[in-house]
Design a protein around this ligand. Structure first.
Ligand SMILES: [Zn+2]
Length: 707
């Protein structure tokens, strides 16, 4: 238990953000928000207003755990970050302001329990000296949409200026409603990878339907007046009386999901196949490890080569002083105790160093143990220490410690490849607990209503549906039992000092950066080669069983023509390209005009179906290609499905920001919201997936099924 407690405390040590903080910017110190406090070692998901763009760039360069696309407003940047109280204090000292604690580490645990119980920059000087001060730019609306949700009408606009290189141009949008009310709001410049994209603003509340918008700029440009369109302007067919839904009453762990899959397989034999995917995962397992010595003074990290559950938890390790002169360094393993006898000189004084001891442990062929010198302990005298008990540190007691078989449901009347296929998969990222709720609600809606609703029955005669509820069960088990903010899988590819148990919450591969198209290995942006980074791409393309399972399933069923990769959070609806190269921001190839039309038209239908459940409207600014609306995500699965397998592949980020009428702010919901919110997300996005099945049916009517 001693070891376990120490790891928990040390796990929050700030190494990644420390890198970002090594070069503090000039940001003026802003007073910390008195309402937001975080204990130094507490980890939380926090919406932070950053001091300046440079601070954001340092965070990104340092591999910070960014949960969402940073937003630019008024020259200020906000980002959702997973960080400790200490890191937040550091950021605050450098001028950042905490705006909202989106989620504390144990919020997820509590909500689980509750749910079970119930561009490029040109200088100002350059502009002035070139005589451009009187230049008039041209303004064009890229987007102008309005919608009503929860009795509130919102307006969103994007405007492009021809003065793309002037970072100081300000654009204001003026609106007018049918009954003559008017108002205005500023837009903010959005650059990505150093290139100007457009000016935009978060959705703005307006008193009623806006009928005219005009944009003006500080350079004197004025747009033509435009009439905003209704967004998404698509309504799904009405659900018939007696349509069955609401099959989710608690958060579901991978163990729960396995049971749910089995139950659906038994209950709907005529409509379901349960598919065991071919690549077993590592399982909820880790090597057993301990500090031999005191990491604050001198220590060696000793770990078992096999996993802790393979008989290595509880094995003891110690160093002893032989008590005699001129003894060599030696070790012996007997009765589950590894004893290292330290070397002595003629006077009987111990002479072994930490490096000597680590080298000794690592020397034997086929060794049972591995060792690394603790960071900071290199070359120090090795203390007499132990015995210490090796432990894998895993807290979950209900999780089987063996390789895990990831499963898919195949749903349809004709599961023979003759019908167009749709694939929905979720929880590539472990902490996104609401996402399997979405896919399982979707699956059970189809199955239950096939018994009682003629339209659903017909749909399942026409479409072959594949669902992988949890792609990354090992990481999910770790998120549920050990560390709520776990994003990656549980495979530890780190070597050397990065294997120190204090980094235990930072190990693993980002499954959605491990695919082959537009990958880190191909030079694309948005993944890391650092094994401790939140976006670590793995040792090679498809190095992980989790990612191979998704691709193998898609390859084995060439009738799959549409796919949805379900993530959380933020309320996005995206499609390829999902990655670009930094130099020149060269994206993967853009879809053709016809395909872009299909992507957007289908997206509007699906956004309309999502909105039908509780009025949640995915913003037009967050509906589009990944690389345009979120960020570059090198090696993501949707890109491989689209570019390599020709599948129309989308991504959801469920969990849209909620409008706070009292504060007039959009607020983030986080990865593990109170269950009521997760439940509502499952309901609305399951409705979106049912619409995707209808989109596939309609597509098949005009296009032959690939076999
Ligand atoms: Zn995700």
């Amino acid at each position: 238990m001693f070891v376990r407690r120490r790891w928990t405390a040390l796990a929050t040590t700030s190494i990644l953000i420390a890198a970002a903080l090594a070069h503090p910017g000039p940001g003026a110190a802003a007073p910390p928000s008195p309402a937001i406090t975080l204990a130094p070692t507490e980890t939380a998901l926090v919406r932070v207003r950053l001091a300046d763009r440079a601070q954001l760039d340092r965070l990104v360069a340092g591999g910070a755990d960014l949960a969402n696309r940073p937003r630019s407003r008024d020259g200020a940047w906000t980002a959702d970050l997973v960080l400790t109280g200490r890191q937040l204090a550091d950021l605050t000292r450098q001028g950042a302001t905490a705006m909202q604690v989106v989620q504390r580490a144990d919020d997820g645990t509590r909500h689980l329990a509750e749910s079970r119980r119930a561009a490029q920059e040109r200088t100002r000087a350059g502009l002035r000296t070139s005589g451009a001060a009187t230049a008039v730019d041209t303004l064009q609306f890229l987007q102008a949409y309005w919608w009503t949700t929860g009795g509130r009408t919102f307006l969103q606009a994007q405007v492009a200026t021809t003065a793309t290189d002037d970072p100081d141009v300000e654009i204001t949008v003026t609106w007018r409603t049918a009954d003559g009310a008017t108002g205005s709001f500023p837009l903010y410049r959005f650059e990505d990878s150093g290139e100007y994209q457009y000016h935009y603003a978060l959705p703005q509340p307006v008193p009623s339907r806006p009928v005219q918008l005009t944009a003006t700029s500080t350079l004197g440009g004025t747009s033509r007046p435009v009439t905003p369109s209704l967004w998404p302007n698509a309504t799904p067919p009405p659900q018939p009386a007696g349509y069955q839904k609401d099959f989710i009453d608690a958060y579901l762990t991978p163990v729960d999901i396995k049971a749910r899959i089995a139950r659906l397989g038994r209950q709907y034999r005529d409509l379901v196949d349960v598919i065991d995917l071919p690549n077993k995962t590592q399982g909820y397992r880790r090597n057993a490890a301990a500090y031999l010595g005191d990491p604050a003074a001198a220590a060696v990290v000793v770990e078992s080569v096999r996993f802790g559950d393979q008989g290595m938890n509880g094995v003891q390790v110690r160093t002893v002083d032989p008590g005699r002169p001129n003894r060599p360094l030696s070790m012996r393993y007997r009765d589950r105790v590894l004893t290292i006898s330290l070397a002595t000189d003629r006077a009987g004084t111990v002479t072994s160093t930490t490096d000597d001891v680590a080298a000794l442990i690592n020397a034997p062929r086929g060794a049972r143990f591995r060792a690394t010198v603790e960071d900071g302990s290199a070359g120090l005298p090795m203390p007499v220490a132990g015995p210490v008990r090796l432990d894998d540190g895993l807290q979950g007691t209900e999780v089987p410690a063996r390789p895990w078989t990831v499963q898919a449901l195949r749903i349809g009347k004709h599961r023979d490849g003759s019908r167009i296929g749709v694939l929905a998969y979720s929880q590539e990222h472990a902490r996104e607990w609401a996402t399997p709720l979405v896919t399982l609600e979707f699956a059970e809606r189809l199955l239950a209503n096939a018994r009682t609703d003629a339209a659903t029955r017909r749909l399942l005669e026409q479409v072959d549906v594949f669902v992988i509820p949890t792609v990354n069960p090992d990481g999910a088990n770790y998120s549920f039992n050990d560390y709520n903010f776990q994003r990656k899988n549980l495979v530890n590819h780190c070597t050397g000092a990065s294997r120190d148990p204090k980094y235990r919450t930072m190990w693993g591969v980002d499954v959605n950066r491990n695919y082959t198209v537009g990958s880190l290995f191909d030079g694309y942006v948005g993944a890391s080669a650092n094994c401790l980074s939140g976006n670590y791409a793995g040792t090679a393309e498809l190095s992980e069983p989790e990612s191979r399972n998704v691709i193998d399933l898609a390859k084995a069923h060439p009738n799959i023509t549409f796919a949805m990769n379900v993530h959380s959070y933020g309320g996005y609806f995206m499609w390829p390209p999902g990655a670009y190269k930094a130099d020149g921001r060269v994206t993967l190839p853009r879809p053709s005009i016809d395909e872009s039309t299909l992507f957007l038209g289908s997206a509007r239908r699906i956004v309309g179906a999502i909105a039908a459940e509780r009025g949640t409207v995915t913003w037009p600014s967050q509906t589009g290609p990944v690389a345009d609306v979120l960020y570059s995500a090198a090696g993501n699965s949707a890109d491989q499905l689209y570019y390599e397998l020709g599948i129309f592949a989308w991504d959801f980020e469920v969990g849209n920001d909620r409008w706070n009428e009292a504060t007039g702010q959009w607020e983030g919901v986080g990865f593990q919201p109170p269950f009521d919110e997760a439940h509502a997300e499952a309901q609305e996005y399951a409705g979106g997936l049912v619409e995707l099945v209808r989109v596939a049916r309609d597509y098949a009517a005009d296009n032959p099924v690939r076999r």
